[in-house]
Design a protein. Structure first.
Length: 920
């Protein structure tokens, strides 16, 4: 943005005195009137940089001092940036957002000067030395190494969960930070780009009774007047601004011991009274760290490892030495802990600790290479956990991740893994399923293609070469190509630099000679998509087949639109062909010719591994989405998969049988669908029992809530619903009344079956509940209420102080997720948009468009478009999020038009629904 040429004249003593400047906002600069004394130099024309800071200035180190008192409304601080300046400057640009810069000094050719800090837009402040007219031409910011000093203050937000913010737990306030990607500039002015990796020396002035934490160990503590103290931390290793972190409050510390090659001390940091909830985090972090060191062949790179709970439902952040987690991930009361929660923490912890190498030790040079952080940490998680916990079926997790990523990738508005960054919106949008899931799946595919050991050598070489510095995609691809002794970069780039994923049609021909597959690739696109299918990737492909009970494998790299793959060694037409051996190719497979995917599923049976069966079922569902197959195929496969004993395959049966959910079927057919679900799954629940037993293994414990949820929610099983309602009623008085494995599902189903009395009771208990976990569960139950009158009654609570809005928004999302109450939720959002925006964290408006995510008619879509366009698009990342939500709605309408008839016909052919039987 351009700022008009202005004259700003101030008294000469202000020019000569360091530290007496006000931040000048561009909008009100013109209101300043000249004072007496020598006239100051004319301000240069200020044209704000676009996204990035201009070249020619780079920080070498920072000294940062902040005063943070949780419970107050503002923080304050001073930062001294030692910078290297390449050429004389009229203006020195720095990033700062919503900060009041009250004093600035820098060095000019005429010595140290105060400077005006001029806010030019939301992200940039111009520092212009104060010089008088007589000095014209000789008062530029000088070149070489110098200190730039800024004093500032900013708001200590009570509603945000990024930048520098505070959260109340019990009677105490706690301050935390979360800076990735561009929120460090909201906490202190700095050169806020990942390429600037430098040492930071931080000191925090806090209340004497509080603890203060930063990336590095504390080296000094000094008592100050008025019940305050100053805590100084060791200078950090080179860090970009987005990895700087601190926390202040009356914390408790759980010592998790010393781990790894350098005996790194690990602690779990909790708010007051919560140390008892950190048991699993304390037990699991050390072994995970040791596994990572073994893979990378190098020690954890930092001096200490604190892992801290933020008392809000947030994600996690990999700050070196001070990793943050939402409380729901890292803490759990031992008596309600579950295998699902424990595995969830282990996965997130592995991801964050993998970042200590991928991201922290070696950092992307710019946000277009965010995948070098996120795709790698995501890919690394199963690689570590499969060693540490071999029974956790991480191979299944990888296939599921590939399935999800290919789903996201089918959108026309999908990003590339390596998407050019031309705006701050692009930076915000980079944190998506493409960067994480597609990136990780593509890495996994090439890892398997190269061989895992060879790939590991490439990874180690890359980390060693770029340690403590920045790197790009080209650097990484070079390292793995060297390790492989072949060009991996060219095929890899076909996935990195273009959006979408391939569907490969495998046509089997068994004429004379060796049976052969003809492979044809196209972009995988759902019904109704406006995307161009004519795209080509270089895809490593491996198939496996069985001939007379003997299995064999063949591989190729499909580099053109079509190609062939001989089933070499095969003498006759195979009994079955699996077109994605091991399920690790990043492509959808479709079979044509004498065999269909459903045939392969039936014929191969347990000759296919669990990940392979899941990959195959995932591809069937994608082919139903793309219109290559009828939806009835999924329902038929559900009846087969429902007989599987394997929890993961059985989980697909649950999902497939639930496909005609919501209002997709006409009302008259819904009882038949419900009966279908009960017929498929009731016997399994009878066999394993509704109530957990001490002898259950973890697989059974993880399966049971899934099964109960489907029977209750989709099958409307009256026995299951009645049990849930009774158990929930007991739990409201006695928190031990429900086994922890069934707590969330039981309360959710009780909400689904809830009436006015239930609503009133749960709400009364929720209002008094002091425990965040239980309060979340109670709000979760209310969010499931299907009754429009009750939903209309509870939505206004979001706009009161009955609950934190971050928590009570669950009521709105729940209502929006159910076709029976979606209209109400959208009306509420339309009527109260401005009030919601004020109460929610910064830029939440972008994601609110997903309230309309389930919309599946053209008229509703038009309404959603006209409301959200120009509203949700105003916030960071909003334009692409809006486009994706709109595309999603269009695809839903098209899917319904194409596949509804197939589902109707499937259920019409079935007999009358069996009576449900009396509720117990
Ligand atoms: Zn990450």
């Amino acid at each position: 943005m351009r700022v008009p040429l202005l004259f700003v004249c101030l008294a000469v003593h202000a020019c000569a005195t360091v530290g007496a400047t006000d931040t000048v906002a561009s909008t009100d600069t013109a209101a300043k009137t000249p004072s007496a004394g020598p006239q100051l130099m004319e301000l240069p024309t200020l044209e704000s940089p676009k996204v990035r800071l201009p070249a020619g200035v780079r920080p070498l180190s920072y000294r940062l001092a902040l005063t943070i008192v949780p419970g107050t409304d503002r923080f304050s601080g001073e930062i001294v940036a030692t910078v290297q300046i390449d050429r004389p400057l009229e203006v020195l640009w720095i990033n700062a957002t919503q900060l009041d810069v009250t004093a600035t000094s820098l060095f000019t050719e005429r010595g140290e000067r105060s400077a005006q800090a001029i806010v030019v837009d939301d992200h940039f402040v111009a520092l212009v030395p104060r010089c008088d007219v007589a000095e014209k031409g000789s008062c530029l910011v000088s070149t070489g190494r110098q200190d730039v000093r800024l004093t500032f203050s900013g708001p200590l937000s009570r509603k945000d969960v990024d930048a520098l913010f505070q959260v109340k737990e019990g009677d105490d306030w706690y301050a935390y930070t979360s800076f990735e990607p561009i929120d460090a500039r909201r906490a202190f002015p700095n050169f806020d780009e990942p390429q600037f990796k430098v040492p930071w020396t931080v000191s925090l002035t806090v209340k004497a009774g509080h603890s203060a934490l930063a990336n590095t160990p504390q080296v000094k503590e000094e008592a100050l007047p008025d019940g305050m103290k100053r805590v100084t931390f060791a200078a950090s290793k080179p860090l970009p601004s987005y990895l700087v972190a601190f926390a202040v409050g009356p914390f408790e510390f759980v010592d998790a011991g010393k781990h790894g090659r350098n005996q790194t001390p690990i602690r779990i940091v909790t708010p007051k009274g919560k140390a008892g909830e950190a048991k699993w985090a304390a037990e699991s972090s050390g072994p995970i760290l040791a596994q990572l060191e073994a893979y990378f062949g190098s020690p954890y790179p930092y001096e200490k490892l604190d892992q801290i709970s933020i008392q809000a439902n947030t994600g996690a952040m990999e700050n070196p030495g001070l990793v943050t987690y939402g409380h729901q991930t890292i803490l759990s009361k031992p008596e309600v802990d579950t295998p699902g929660r424990q595995r969830g923490f282990a996965s997130v912890c592995t991801h964050e600790l993998a970042h200590q190498w991928f991201g922290d030790l070696v950092t992307m040079a710019w946000w277009d290479d965010l995948w070098l952080n996120e795709a790698f940490a995501t890919w690394m998680t199963p690689r570590i956990l499969e060693k540490w916990q071999p029974t956790w079926a991480m191979d299944v997790a990888q296939v599921n991740r590939r399935h999800g990523a290919l789903g996201s990738d089918a959108m026309v508005n999908a990003r590339q893994i390596r998407q050019p960054i031309v705006s701050n919106d692009d930076i915000a949008n980079a944190f998506d399923g493409i960067t994480y899931g597609k990136g990780a799946s593509v890495i996994g595919m090439f890892e398997n293609w190269m061989g895992r050991e060879t790939f590991q050598k490439g990874v180690r070489a890359y980390l060693e070469k770029h340690a403590w510095r920045n790197a790009t995609a080209a650097d990484f691809l070079e390292s793995i190509s060297v390790a492989a002794g072949k060009d991996v970069a060219t095929p890899f780039r076909t996935f990195l630099d273009q959006p979408g994923g391939p569907t490969i049609d495998f046509a089997l021909s068994c004429g004379k000679g060796t049976p052969t597959l003809t492979l044809t690739q196209r972009r995988s696109l759902p019904i109704g998509s406006k995307g161009d299918a004519a795209k080509v990737w270089q895809v490593p492909v491996c198939v496996r087949w069985s001939e007379k009970g003997k299995q064999a494998r063949a591989c190729t790299v499909l580099t053109e639109a079509s190609g062939t793959l001989e089933l070499s060694g095969a003498k006759s037409c195979p009994e079955w062909v699996l077109p994605n051996d091991r399920g690790d190719g990043y492509y959808r497979a479709s079979l044509t010719g004498p065999l269909s995917l459903a045939d392969v599923y039936r014929k191969a049976g347990t000759a296919l591994s669990t990940p392979e069966r899941i990959a195959l079922l995932g591809d069937v569902s994608a082919l139903v989405r793309s219109g290559d197959l009828d939806a009835a195929v999924m329902l038929e496969l559900a009846t087969l998969a429902a007989k599987e004993t394997d929890r993961h395959v059985f989980g697909y049966a649950l999902g497939f049988a639930s496909i005609p959910g919501g209002d997709l079927l006409p009302e008259a057919l819904r009882p038949k669908h419900e009966a279908f679900v009960r017929e498929l799954f009731s016997k399994r629940l009878e066999a394993i029992g509704f109530d957990p037993k001490a002898t259950d293994d973890e697989d059974l414990r993880l399966l049971r809530p899934q099964l109960i949820a489907t029977l209750g929610r989709v099958g409307k099983d009256r026995t299951v619903l009645a049990k849930a309602r009774e158990a929930a009623a007991r739990w409201l008085d006695d928190r031990k009344a429900i086994h922890p494995d069934l707590l969330d599902v039981t309360l959710g189903l009780a909400g689904e079956a809830g009436d006015a009395a239930f609503h009133e009771r749960v709400l009364a208990v929720a209002r008094k509940e002091t425990d965040r976990g239980d309060r979340g569960r109670l709000l979760g139950a209310l969010a499931e209420l299907p009754d429009a009158t009750l939903v209309a009654k509870q939505l206004p609570l979001i706009l009161t102080d009955a609950f934190e809005t971050r928590e009570s928004m669950r009521l709105l999302w729940g209502a929006a997720g159910d076709f029976r109450t979606r209209g109400l939720a959208l009306d509420f959002a339309r009527t109260h948009w401005d009030e919601l925006i004020i109460r929610l964290p910064k830029d939440s408006g972008a994601g609110l468009v997903w309230l309309a995510g389930g919309v599946c008619t053209e008229s509703e879509q038009a309404n959603a478009r006209s409301f959200f366009e120009g509203r949700s698009t105003r916030y960071l990342g909003g334009p692409r999020t809006f486009a994706l939500a709109m595309e999603n709605m269009e695809l839903c309408v098209a899917f319904r038009a194409r596949q509804r008839a197939s589902m109707i016909s499937f259920f019409e052919k079935r007999g009358a629904a069996k009576p449900i039987g009396p509720a117990r």
